[in-house]
Each structure stands twice: as structure tokens, then as C-alpha cells.
Design a binder for this molecule. Structure first.
Ligand code: GLA
Length: 368
């Protein structure tokens, strides 16, 4: 590593002197980027929003090009957006994104082919509104994967094939996919993805993978796929974390357990919330949770006080220290957005809050 990048991350968050390459032309300071600094460790990625893909924010785009070497679309490749009706495919934003990644030589992760959220209801229903048969759902799934993953064959480097198939206790989530198709929907989806995009890496992605029971469930799921000869190349910890979770030792146990399976291990959606959760127990990322806003749940509506900046910096430092320790096992760390203004955490699990979870602040400065 050329510099102690972890320190720079600390500096980002406490407002010290690390300068973005973005600012070099004005400051004249020579610096390397996050991607350069971590080049011997792992890729450093970010999520890209629809606005950014549409080039409505040039500054953010420049930061993406300068600082990151992997991107994931936050939304535009989710079923609800790219394939909202049976015969309607909206490819334009995804096409732009794919070209952007190619032009800038950035590793592109397609997100996501099979999920229970942001997936239109028509997929599971017939004209009478009843659940369709296994055969019908399989043919809809195959059509979707062929069209979407097939369209970007050779251009999308990796796919999050299945997202969030596990409950927190490690059992399979009773989604419509499971109810209608049965337990083999996961292996079938991976096989379909392999056919449609033969050279792409194929991944499983989930939250709370540091939890012991969920870790066990994920290990079982992957071993099961491997024993059936299904191509699965990696597992993504979403990494939606807070100041008090996950426990570092549980996180390390999960990194080791997944790495022993011989697949890529990566952090796909990292952010660290500084805001209180409605109860101390929700350490997950189930997007269906929706809590009413109250002042006590939104303690920093204008700015983050210095003592909290310091806490956040220390937490980033701690989490990145784990990533560095396991750099031989981890192949990518992607943040879930560029700046605090982009973050889904401003609206989840409570709508309308002000959170500070990312590396760049709302003014796109390198401190929060
Ligand atoms: C989950 C999904 C992401 C995104 C976040 C919220 O983590 O995998 O695609 O929807 O929730 O932004």
C-alpha cells in the first residue's frame, strides 16, 4: 500500500488534510486515489444512483472515476426498474451505466437478478391474481435472466444472482420464489445466469452475514450449491453497519468461514449509520421496515457534531482494519453510494432523517 489509507479514511471523517484527486487541479496537490491506495489489497467500489448515471451530477461522476474501480447500480438493474411489465424492458439507464464502466475501465457488478423486494407482483400472479405454477414462474425467470444478463454478456463482470434468500436464523426465506418454485430456485437461477452470461462471476449477496446462525445458513447454502456442481463464485456481505454492530469477532469468523469455501468474499454495500435504531435490535437491512420519524430518531438534522464524527471515524478505522487483516481473502469493498446525500439510510428504517454513513459529505468534501 502506498500510504496508510486507513488513516486517510480516518482523516476523511474527521476533516483532516487528505485531498481528493478531484481537487488537484485547484490545489495543485498530488495525491493518489482510494483505488490506487488499495490496489494491492482489494477493489474499492461504490453504488451509482440513477441521477448519477444520467450525468446530472458531474462532480460525483468525477469522484467515481477518480476514486473507485468498481461500481454497482443502486437500482437500475433491479427487476422492478429494468423489467416493470411482462413485455416492457427499460434498458437505457443500464446501457449508459455499462458504457460508463467500460469507458473508464471499472469493474461492473450487475445487481440483482432474483430478490423478493423491488420485484413486480405480476411475476408471481396469473390473470385472476392467483399464484402461478412452478413452470410458469421458471419460464418468467429464465426469460428475465436471458434478456437482462444476456444483453450485457461479456460486459457486466459479475452478477449478484440471488439477493437475501436467507432469514436471520439461517433458514430459507419464505418468499414467493421459494413458495412457488421450491428450494431449488436458487440453484436454477445460478444455472440460468451461467448460461446467459458465461464469463461473469456469479454471486450470492445478503445482509447480517456476521450473525452466527445466518453464517451457518449461508455456508450450508453455498456448500450445497458446490456439491451439486453449480457455479457460484462469491458471497457478498452487504455491510450495512452501525457504530455498535457488527461484533468484530463475529465478522472475522464469517470472513474466515466463507473464505474456506474457496470463493470470492467481498463487502458489497458498505455504509455505517450514526443514527439510533428504533430498537437496539434491528441490525439488519430489511427494506420493508418503515418507522415514523420523531425528533429523537433524527438527532443531527443539520450537521454531525465533532464527537460523533470522531466515533464514526474510529468505527470506519476498526472495520477497515478487519478488511486489511483479511486482504488476502477479500477481493472488493464497495460503499453503498458516494456521498451522504445519496444514501438510502436517510430514508430507512425511518423516512426523512439525516444520516452520515459514507466517505464524502453532502457538499462532496472529503470529510463529514
Ligand atoms: C439492499 C439491496 C440494495 C438496496 C439496499 C438499500 O441492501 O441489496 O439493492 O436496495 O437494500 O439501498
Amino acid at each position: 500500500m502506498k500510504k496508510t489509507t486507513i488513516l486517510m479514511i480516518l482523516f476523511f471523517l474527521i476533516g483532516c488534510s487528505y485531498q481528493l484527486s478531484e481537487k488537484n487541479s485547484t490545489t495543485g496537490l498530488q495525491t493518489t486515489s482510494l483505488a490506487d491506495d488499495f490496489e494491492d489489497h482489494f477493489m474499492i467500489g461504490t453504488a451509482i444512483s440513477t441521477k448519477q448515471i444520467e450525468e446530472k451530477n458531474q462532480i460525483t461522476l468525477r469522484i467515481v472515476k477518480n476514486e473507485f474501480n468498481a461500481i454497482t447500480p443502486e437500482n437500475v438493474m433491479k427487476w422492478e426498474l429494468i423489467h416493470p411489465e411482462p413485455e416492457v424492458f427499460i434498458y437505457e439507464p443500464a446501457d449508459k451505466l455499462v458504457s460508463f464502466a467500460e469507458e473508464n475501465n471499472i469493474f461492473l457488478v450487475g445487481h440483482t437478478l432474483v430478490w423478493h423486494h423491488m420485484t413486480p407482483d405480476w411475476i408471481f400472479k396469473d390473470d385472476e391474481g392467483d399464484l402461478v405454477s412452478r413452470e410458469v414462474l421458471l419460464s418468467r425467470l429464465e426469460n428475465h435472466i436471458n434478456k437482462v444478463a444476456g444483453r450485457y454478456k461479456g460486459r457486466v463482470d459479475a452478477w449478484d444472482v440471488v439477493n437475501e434468500a436467507l432469514n436471520d436464523d439461517g433458514s430459507l426465506r419464505k418468499s414467493n420464489w421459494l413458495k412457488i418454485i421450491g428450494e431449488d430456485y436458487i440453484e436454477i437461477a445460478f444455472k440460468m445466469a451461467e448460461k446467459a452470461a458465461p464469463n461473469a462471476k456469479l454471486y450470492y449477496n445478503d445482509y447480517s452475514l456476521f450473525e452466527p446462525e445466518k453464517r451457518k445458513g449461508a455456508v450450508k447454502l453455498i456448500k450445497d450449491l458446490q456439491s451439486k456442481g453449480v457455479k457460484i463464485d462469491g458471497i457478498g456481505f452487504q455491510g450495512h453497519y452501525g457504530l455498535t454492530w457488527p461484533s468484530i469477532s463475529e465478522l472475522e469468523k464469517s470472513i474466515k468461514a466463507f473464505s474456506e469455501l474457496g470463493i470470492d468474499v467481498f463487502f458489497s454495500e458498505l455504509d455505517i449509520s450514526v443514527l439510533p435504531r428504533e430498537n437496539g435490535e434491528n441490525q439488519g437491512a430489511d427494506i420493508s421496515i418503515n418507522i415514523q420519524i420523531e425528533d429523537k430518531l433524527n438527532p443531527y438534522p443539520k450537521e454531525l457534531p465533532p464527537f460523533m464524527k470522531e466515533k464514526l471515524a474510529k468505527r470506519y478505522y476498526q472495520i477497515f482494519a478487519v478488511f486489511n487483516k483479511y486482504k488476502d481473502d477479500i477481493n472488493r469493498v464497495s460503499l453503498w453510494g458516494v456521498s451522504d446525500a445519496d444514501s438510502w439510510l436517510n430514508d430507512w428504517p425511518v423516512k426523512g432523517r439525516t444520516d452520515y454513513p459514507l466517505l464524502f459529505d453532502r457538499n462532496l468534501k472529503d470529510s463529514s
